[in-house]
Design a protein around this ligand. Structure first.
Ligand code: PRX
Length: 685
C-alpha cells in the first residue's frame, strides 16, 4: 500500500472538497477464504468459462443470457442500441411484463409455494406466508383497484410511502402489471422528503399505510401523507388520492383524520374487486418500471429511472448467479424495500426466480440481537443478505447470539458500505458458522444490480474487498487527469465501468442533461461518438484495485455521505438546516463512526449578533429530521462564530472534517480567518 496515492488527490471537478474517500480508513490486504465445497457442489454458477463468455469482445450479445431467464411476449430484435449515447437502449423491440415474470409464470409449478414470508416486528404476531397463488390474487385485485378506482394507466407515476409489509411488494407488482411507474419512498423519510418526490414525479396518487411497528412502537405513518400532500401543494402539485393500507386490516391505526374525497382505505375498497383479474400489460423492454430517488450533489434528490426488460434481466441473472438463489431457497435480504437493494434483491430478483423472500418489518435488534437468528431458524432461511451497519450493530449487541440458534446459511451478502475485515470475520465465523460463502457486493441505486463481487462458486473471498467486476462488468480506475491507472496498481482513483449493462438506469427523471453531466461527461473520450467505448460510466466512488484484480471501495468522492448504508447529500442536509431562521451558513462533513460507517457533523453559523444556544442547536437538528428524516439527524450540531474560509469566501469543509475526525487540519495560515480554527476545535471537543 506504500505507493498508494492519497484519495485526497482525487478532487477537482465534480468532487467534494472533503469526501468519504478522503477520510477512508486503509486496512492491510487480508488472506483469502475458500468457498466451502458443499456450497460449490450445489452452486448455480461454477463454470469458470463465464468470464470468457462475457469478455468485452462478446459485448453486447453476451447479455442475451440474462434476458433468456425471462418470459417475453415478443423477443427483442436489437440487444443494444447505442445510437444516442449515453442513453443506451437494451433488448429493443421486445415486450415483457415484470409482474407476469415475478408472479404468473410461477403458478404452474409453484402455486402453493411461499412467495413472501411477512415477519411482523411484534414477536407475538403470527408470520404470514403468502403463496404465489395468494400473491397473484392480491396483486390482481389491487391492480384492478388502481385502474378502476384511481384511473391509473400505463406510464402514470405513483408514489408509494410504505413500510416493510407484504402490501409493499403487492403494490409494486400491481403497478408493474399495469405499466404504472412506481416510486417508492423509504418510510423513514419525512413527509416533506416524500413531497419533493411526489411533485418531481408528478404523482397524482400517493399510496401509504396508516401505521407500522418500529422498535416496539406502532408509529403513526398516515400523518406523513398529510404533510406530503400539503407540501407538494406548496410546490404547485396537487395529489388527488391518498390510498391507505391498514396495518391491521379492519382497524384504522392513525390519529390523522381522513380527508373526504381524497383519502381512501384500501382494505375497504378492495372488497369491490374481489376475484377481479387484470391482464398484464405488454410493455416495451425500455418502458420505465420504476423511479428510485437518491441523493446527489445538489439539494434535491434525483429520480433514477429504471427500465423494465433490461433491469429485470439484470437482477434475475445476478440473483441466480451471485446470490445463488434456487427456487427451493428461503432468502432473506434484511434491507428496506425503500432502497434499491430491496427493489432488486427482495422483490424483483428473488420473485423472478420463484424463491421465497422474507419481508421483515422492524429493526434487527428488536427485541434483542437474537431476533434475526430466530427468524432465520424458524423460516429455514438459507441465504442471508444485509449491510455492514447491521452486522456491526448485531455484533456489538449480541456477539454470542448466533451460536444459540440452529440457522444454517449457505450464502451471505454484504452491501452498501465498506466492511472492515474484523467485522467480515465475525459475520463469517459467528453468523455463517464458517459454512457460508460471503459476497461483498458493490453497486449503486443507478446501477440496478451488482457491479463488483466475487462469483461465490468460483472465487475466493477476501475480507474487506468487494471483488472484481461480475461477468459482463468491466471496471477501470481513472486518475484525475483522465488517465487509466494500471490494472492492479493499488493506487486510489475514480472507479468507472467501461461498458453499458442492462441494469443501468436510463436517465434522471426530467433531467437528462444532468444524467450525462454527472455520470458520463468527465471521462467521455469524444462527446460526438456513438461508440460505447468512448463513454465510461463514472460511479462517484474512490477505489483501489489490488494485484489480484479485487477492488476495494473507499467511499464517495462527491458531496454524498453514506450513513449506515443510507445515501445522503450534504447539500440536502445543509438546505434543511438553513430553514431555521437564525442560521446563515451550514456545512456538513462526514465523520467516521464505529457502527454506522459515517455520520454527518453539522456546523452552522448564526446571523450576526445572535448567541449560540442548545435550543437553537436542537431546532436545527429537528429541522433536518423534518426536512429529510431521522436517518439524517446530525451526530452533532456545532454552532461556530464563523466558518473557516478561503480569501475568496469559500467554506473550507476540509478543515471542519479534520476537526470532527480528530485529524490534523494541516496548514491553515492561508485562510481568510485562521484564528477561527482553534476556536472551532474547542467548540467541537
Ligand atoms: O459508496 C458506495 C457505497 O454505497 C454507494 C451507493 O449507495 P446507494 O446508491 O444507496 O446504493 C447502496 C446499495 C446498492 C456507493 O457509491 N457502497 C455500496 N456497496 C458498497 C459500497 N461501498 C463499499 N463496499 C460496498 N460493497
Amino acid at each position: 500500500m506504500s505507493e498508494e496515492r492519497s484519495p485526497g488527490d482525487l478532487t477537482k471537478q465534480q468532487t467534494a472538497d472533503i469526501s468519504e474517500a478522503q477520510i477512508a480508513v486503509h486496512w492491510p490486504e487480508e488472506d483469502y477464504f475458500s468457498p466451502p465445497n458443499a456450497f460449490i457442489a450445489q452452486a448455480n454458477l461454477t463454470d469458470a468459462a463465464v468470464f470468457q463468455r462475457f469478455s468485452l469482445d462478446k459485448f453486447p450479445e453476451c447479455f442475451k443470457e440474462f434476458a433468456d431467464l425471462l418470459d417475453w411476449y415478443k423477443y427483442w430484435e436489437t440487444t443494444l442500441d447505442t445510437s444516442n449515447p449515453p442513453f443506451w437502449r437494451w433488448f429493443v423491440g421486445g415486450t415483457i411484463n415484470a409482474c407476469y415474470n415475478c408472479v404468473d409464470r410461477h403458478l404452474a409449478r409453484h402455486r402453493n409455494k411461499t412467495a413472501i414470508h411477512f415477519v411482523p416486528e411484534p414477536e407475538n404476531e403470527a408470520i404470514q406466508h403468502l403463496t404465489y397463488q395468494e400473491l397473484f390474487v392480491r396483486v390482481n385485485e389491487f391492480a384492478a383497484l388502481l385502474r378502476e378506482a384511481c384511473g391509473l394507466k400505463t406510464g402514470d407515476r405513483v408514489t408509494l410511502h410504505m413500510p416493510m409489509v407484504a402490501e409493499l411488494p403487492i403494490t409494486m407488482l400491481a403497478c408493474a402489471r399495469l405499466g404504472v411507474i412506481h416510486s417508492q419512498v423509504f418510510s423513514g423519510f419525512s413527509g416533506k422528503a416524500c413531497a419533493d418526490r411526489v411533485s418531481d414525479s408528478e404523482s397524482r396518487v400517493l399510496i401509504t399505510m396508516d401505521a407500522y411497528y418500529r422498535a416496539g412502537k406502532l408509529l403513526d405513518h398516515k400523518e406523513k401523507a398529510d404533510t406530503a400532500v400539503d407540501e407538494a401543494a406548496k410546490d404547485g402539485h396537487k395529489v388527488d388520492k391518498v390510498l391507505i393500507w391498514q396495518r391491521h386490516p379492519g382497524r384504522y391505526s392513525s390519529a390523522a383524520k381522513l380527508v373526504q374525497g381524497r383519502d381512501v382505505i384500501v382494505n375497504d375498497l378492495l372488497r369491490d374487486f374481489r376475484g377481479t383479474r387484470v391482464d398484464p400489460v405488454q410493455m416495451p423492454a425500455e418502458a420505465p418500471l420504476f423511479l428510485m430517488y437518491t441523493s446527489g450533489t445538489t439539494g434535491r434528490p434525483k429520480g433514477c429511472q429504471h427500465s423494465t426488460g433490461g433491469y429485470l434481466a439484470y437482477v434475475t441473472w445476478t440473483s441466480r448467479n451471485i446470490q445463488d438463489i434456487h427456487p427451493e431457497d428461503v432468502y432473506w435480504c434484511m434491507a428496506d424495500i425503500g432502497w434499491i437493494t430491496g427493489h432488486s434483491y427482495i422483490v424483483y430478483g428473488p420473485l423472478a426466480l420463484a424463491a421465497s423472500s422474507v419481508v421483515y418489518e422492524g429493526v434487527p435488534t428488536h427485541p434483542d440481537a437474537g431476533r434475526p437468528w430466530r427468524i432465520a431458524e424458524d423460516l429455514g432461511v438459507n441465504i442471508f443478505h444485509t449491510s455492514p451497519t447491521a452486522i456491526r450493530a448485531l455484533r456489538r449487541e449480541g456477539p454470542e447470539e448466533p451460536a444459540k440458534y440452529h440457522h444454517r446459511f449457505k450464502h451471505m451478502t454484504t452491501v452498501g458500505e465498506p466492511i472492515e475485515p474484523a467485522v467480515w470475520k465475525w459475520y463469517h465465523s459467528a453468523v455463517g458458522k464458517g459454512e457460508a460463502v460471503i459476497v461483498d457486493t458493490w453497486w449503486q441505486t443507478e446501477n440496478g444490480g451488482f457491479l463488483c463481487s466475487t462469483v461465490p462458486g468460483l472465487a475466493k473471498m477476501k475480507p474487506g474487498s468487494a471483488g472484481p467486476g461480475i461477468p459482463g462488468i468491466h471496471p477501470v480506475i481513472y486518475d484525475d487527469d483522465g488517465k487509466e491507472l494500471p490494472a492492479g496498481s493499488g493506487r486510489a482513483g475514480n472507479i468507472c465501468i467501461r461498458n453499458p449493462w442492462p441494469g443501468s438506469f436510463q436517465t434522471i427523471w426530467k433531467d437528462p442533461e444532468r444524467y450525462v453531466r454527472q455520470y458520463y461527461a468527465r471521462y467521455c473520450k469524444n462527446p460526438k461518438s456513438k461508440d460505447w467505448r468512448d463513454w465510461p460510466y463514472m460511479a462517484g466512488d474512490g477505489a483501489v484495485q489490488a494485484a489480484d484484480g479485487y477492488y476495494r471501495i473507499l467511499g464517495r468522492i462527491d458531496d454524498v455521505i453514506n450513513v449506515a448504508g443510507h445515501r445522503l447529500g450534504t447539500k440536502e442536509i445543509e438546505s434543511a438546516a438553513l430553514v431555521v431562521a437564525e442560521v446563515v451558513e451550514a456545512a456538513v462533513v462526514p465523520v467516521a463512526d464505529e457502527i454506522k460507517g459515517k455520520v454527518p457533523d453539522l456546523y452552522v453559523a448564526l446571523k450576526p449578533g445572535l448567541a449560540a444556544s442548545a435550543e437553537i442547536a436542537n431546532r436545527v437538528s429537528a429541522a433536518v429530521v423534518s426536512g429529510i428524516g431521522a436517518i439524517a439527524r446530525p451526530r452533532r450540531v456545532i454552532i461556530v462564530p464563523d466558518m473557516p474560509k478561503t480569501r475568496s469566501g469559500k467554506i473550507m469543509r476540509r478543515v471542519l472534517a479534520a476537526i470532527s475526525n480528530r485529524q490534523d487540519p494541516g496548514d491553515v495560515s492561508t485562510l481568510a480567518n485562521p484564528e477561527v480554527v482553534d476556536r472551532i476545535r474547542e467548540l467541537a471537543k
